[in-house]
Write a protein that binds this ligand. Structure first.
Ligand code: ADP
Length: 403
């Protein structure tokens, strides 16, 4: 028995095959550059043997077919037959207000996910294509949707409503939804497990800092506020997204430069953030740090703004929860950049204030494990927790199977 996790994006399908325990990875990989030249399958099995080959794949359906052929390959595969896959867990970005827990997919669920394509036009359509492909190729498996918005369903009204005329919420569903929920849930639970403390006694801030960046205030195990909003554009400075901005500046630019909504959206989502601020043609934080260390002033400022915005949200979310016990860093930057963690925590160490004190030695060490990096004197525990969204999806899929 096995559980397949599928994360279908606009030009890639990632997959992880778990044992029936939902913990042991049998094989994992990605079909990438779908719809472009040089579509590849990257595949790694349990023994760590890997291969990378060009494949002829034009869409999600063919990608899933190629993945299943690899998984059942007599020599290099992980299972003998597709029949061994009892469930497929799909990552779905937007479940709106109605789909706020892992859900067995039927026609009605598909039609709701499809309705939310309006709210997540870049994500829900490829997620749906992955679901269709999973159901077609593995018809006997239970198909389960796990939503990136679901963890944030507990955010109270005073934190999710925007101060607009109310009918824009009731009719147009304009509100804060929040994203990266699968990751925020996983790392907050992993942090409590690591600390051997019950999650319901903790106030945590989880910082998911990757290409996309978001922070969540997790009080007693529940999301009570998060930095991303109606879309993933709000909040922190990201690789190519601007994060918080006065909406009047957007209106001004559109009017002044006669920019269409599509052009403006491209500017805010794909041409802003670290890419724009550093001006070195890269949105990769490693490049920005290297440029800043090499004396590039714009890169230095980009790094300052990036870290300052995170610090500002630490303050806001600490106030929102009335205190803080645990600060968690995760994702590409959060897990791997001592520089960013150092800059974020700098100035928050006063014992009568935040009480966030890093141990510089522990902060500098790299490891793929959950670890504590606070100093003895720190009132707040500071953790690095490697995120594992696939594992969380497999767990939640298993829970559904268990009824
Ligand atoms: P995604 O949001 O696409 O899943 P990741 O969580 O993999 O992204 O994070 C990718 C980002 O992590 C890269 O753009 C890079 O900026 C950053 N990153 C990875 N390793 C390091 C490192 N050692 N130091 C600083 N930044 C890093």
């Amino acid at each position: 028995m096995a559980i397949l996790v599928i994360n279908a994006g606009s030009s890639s399908v990632k997959f992880t095959l778990f044992n029936a325990d939902g913990k042991t990875v049998q094989a994992a990989g990605i079909v990438e550059r779908i719809g472009f030249d040089g579509t590849r399958l990257k595949y790694r099995n349990r023994e760590g043997r890997a291969y990378d080959q060009l494949v002829s794949v034009a869409d999600a359906d063919q990608a899933v077919g190629t993945i299943l052929a690899a998984l059942t390959h007599p020599a290099r595969g992980a299972i003998r037959s597709i029949q061994e896959i009892v469930a497929v867990g799909h990552r779905v970005v937007h479940g709106g207000e109605s789909l706020n827990r892992p859900t067995v997919i039927d026609d009605q669920v598909k039609s709701i996910i499809s309705e939310y394509c309006r709210l997540a036009p870049l994500h829900n359509p490829p997620n749906l294509a992955g679901i269709e492909a999973g159901a077609r190729h593995i018809p006997n498996a239970v198909q389960v949707a796990v939503f990136d918005t679901a963890f944030h369903a507990t955010i109270p009204r005073h934190a999710f409503l925007y101060a607009l005329p109310l009918h824009f919420y009731t009719e147009d569903r304009i509100r804060r939804y929040g994203f990266h929920g699968i990751s925020h849930k996983y790392v907050s639970e992993e942090a409590a497990r690591f600390l051997r403390l019950p999650v319901d006694g903790l106030r945590m801030i989880t910082c998911h800092l990757g290409n996309g960046c978001s922070m969540t205030a997790v009080k007693e195990g529940r999301s009570i506020d998060t930095s991303m909003g109606f879309t993933p554009l709000e909040g922190l400075v990201m690789g190519t997204r601007c994060g918080d901005i006065d909406p009047a500046a957007v209106l001004h630019l559109m009017e002044h430069h006669r920019l269409s909504p599509a052009v403006m959206s491209d500017l805010l989502n794909k041409q802003s953030g670290l890419l724009a601020l550093a001006g070195i043609g890269s949105n990769d934080l490693r490049d920005v740090i290297a440029a800043a260390e090499g004396g590039n002033p714009a890169a230095g400022v980009a790094l300052d703004i990036f870290c300052y915005r995170i610090r500002k949200y630490i303050g806001a979310f600490t106030a929102a929860m009335g205190g803080l016990e645990v600060l968690v860093f995760t994702a590409g930057i959060g897990e791997n950049s001592p520089e960013v963690r150092h800059r974020v925590c700098a100035g928050l160490d006063a014992s009568d204030g935040f009480g966030i004190v890093l141990d510089s030695g522990k902060n500098a060490r790299t490891s793929g494990q959950t670890r504590a990096i606070q100093a003895e004197a720190s009132r707040v525990k500071i953790l690095v927790v490697p995120t594992n969204e696939e594992l969380e999806i497999a767990r939640e899929t298993l829970q559904i199977l268990a009824g």
